[in-house]
Design a protein around this ligand. Sequence first.
Ligand code: 15L
Length: 268
Amino acid sequence: MTSPAFHRLLLTGAAGGLGRELRRRLPAHCEILRVSDVAELGGAAPGEEVVAADLADADAVLALLDGVDAVIHMGGVSTEQPWEAILPANIVGAYNLYEAARKKRVRRVVFASSNHVTGFYRQDEVIPADAPPKPDGLYGLSKAFGEDLAQLYFDRHGIETVSLRIGSSFAAPRDRRMLHTWMSFDDMERLVLAALAAKDVGHSIVCGVSANPHVWWDNAPAAHIGYVPQDSSAPWAAEIERGTPPGDPTDPAFIYQGGAFVRQGPGQ
Ligand code: 15L
């Protein structure tokens, strides 16, 4: 058996949807997996350290990064929420994480960004994976902030980050939009491992999406870091198209890539 690639990996947001998947998949790739969340995580499995932490608590986050080789940052708010929820978790929390990485000399972060950074591009266009932000709400805006933070901490401190603009990572695509944006859990694992292992990434922005028949993002930068998706939404297409009528073409949720997120948040 080959030895795991990392001594200690930190997974934040380990109680969330993707965090729970990664919690059971990452132990194969490290000697110790430190899992963290503000929500209940249960007991530690063999090879695990469970550390509760609120991302808005700078001291707690500093302690969290002690002795860590790399961070997979899935923590924070993952949907459109009021500013009062986004600010501590996604803005202050991301800042605390990078400050802790700097102080603890952690050299690599895999940052769960989101397609909602670019949610106001149209569904009838294909954009580069690292297209300039057009956030579709406060959540997308906070992820754009996280990406900028990653760039700053690379330029100034040499901390490397791969920002993953994740599409829709669920067990299966749930609607017509997700036929374009879906990423399987197996592909999500492949992408995270590629982002951890790739050399000289600086700050790279890639999309988290499977090899779906028609994707809205040109994901060449993901291939560059060694991500080769193996799954596709195609097997679900007929059933989803039969079960859901095409959307109203004048509804912003069907015009823009962010879908229903474009009509959530302030002023709605
Ligand atoms: C996201 O960023 C969310 O975290 C996730 O819950 C999905 O809604 C996804 O985007 C999506 O766009 O489908």
